[in-house]
Design a protein around this ligand. Structure first.
Ligand SMILES: [Zn+2]
Length: 303
């Protein structure tokens, strides 16, 4: 917990917004987004908060996630390069967390918001993530998804086919992964933190086992050419997602083996994980924090 606690205290003092806790060095700092064109009509916007994808074309702009409220001015600036926020025709939310949805308040004035039905339910009510001592108050009505689905929804626009598919109980209980079929791009939402241990929100229905199973299904849908956008971290490939999957499966197995031996959480943290996973603790959650999350998942009935 050495790494986690001091940073978390600073976070609690410095902001009341939802940040992914321990260390945000993996995120691009500053009030502007770094915009990267990743396909003919698709841009990646990286800033503080979750990664945002922007699809442009004759029929308007489609956003996948909307970032923090404090980044909405920066988002407005980026959208101005593509005709302005008035050109946005749809916003898709990958899940309910504030670092992906606070910008709904800005975009929701201009375009309908699409998300899994559980995202709508959660944003209508007060949410609590105890791991970060974080509370999210109900959103204003215009910031709540109005187009919802259970399993999947398709969107054909700008010559692109978007498949928004729900993957249950991985990072939360309302995660969607968005496949852009023509461009061969996938936005993973927070089913993928590229290069570091992920946060899994057990309080709102996430579990590491489902996350790993879901990623296995997603890997079967993509190929070596697919551009993989993680919820957090750099633009990635199928191979990067495979490594992440392997890390999830194997670190979970290590923690489970120690639990079966009867070790306590403190003993498991003192023992740590195999050295090969050490790099995953750089930039976000410490190994102790990751062990704590995995234990919580293993001790929680599979949703
Ligand atoms: Zn999240």
């Amino acid at each position: 917990m050495k790494l986690l606690i001091p940073s978390l205290v600073i976070f609690l003092i410095s902001t009341n917004l939802f940040a992914y806790g321990a260390d945000t060095s993996h995120q691009v700092p500053g009030k502007f987004f770094k915009s990267t064109i990743i396909s003919e009509n698709v841009f990646l916007l990286q800033g503080e908060g979750g990664n945002i994808a922007l699809l442009r074309g004759n029929e308007g702009l489609v956003l996948i996630d909307a970032g923090y409220a404090k980044m909405s001015k920066a988002l407005e600036y980026e959208l101005a390069k593509h005709g302005g926020v008035e050109e946005v025709v749809y916003l898709i939310n990958t899940h309910w967390h504030a670092d992906h949805t606070e910008g709904n308040a800005f975009i929701g004035d201009h375009a309908p918001i699409i998300a899994h039905k559980n995202v709508r339910s959660r944003l209508l009510t007060r949410q609590e993530v105890k791991f970060f001592n974080m509370v999210s108050e109900p959103y204003a009505s215009h910031a709540i998804p109005s187009i919802t689905f259970d399993k999947a929804i398709g969107l054909s626009i700008n010559g692109e086919t978007l498949e928004v598919i729900h993957f249950a109980n991985g990072h939360t209980d309302g995660d969607s992964v968005v496949f852009l079929k023509s461009a061969n791009i996938v936005h993973m939402g927070d089913h993928f933190f590229s290069g570091f241990y992920p946060f899994i929100d057990v309080d709102t229905g996430g579990n590491v086992r489902n996350m790993a199973n879901n990623i296995k299904s997603i890997l079967a849908r993509i190929d070596d050419e697919t551009i993989v956008i993680p919820g957090h971290g750099p633009l990635s490939s199928k191979a990067d997602l495979e490594e992440f999957h392997q890390m999830l499966v194997e670190t979970t197995a290590e923690v489970e083996a120690m639990l079966i031996k009867g070790m306590t959480a403190e003993e498991i943290q003192a023992e740590g994980l195999s050295l090969e996973w050490e790099d995953w603790s750089a930039g976000y959650l410490s190994t102790d924090a990751w062990i704590k999350i995995v234990i919580r998942c293993l001790n929680t009935p599979m949703p």
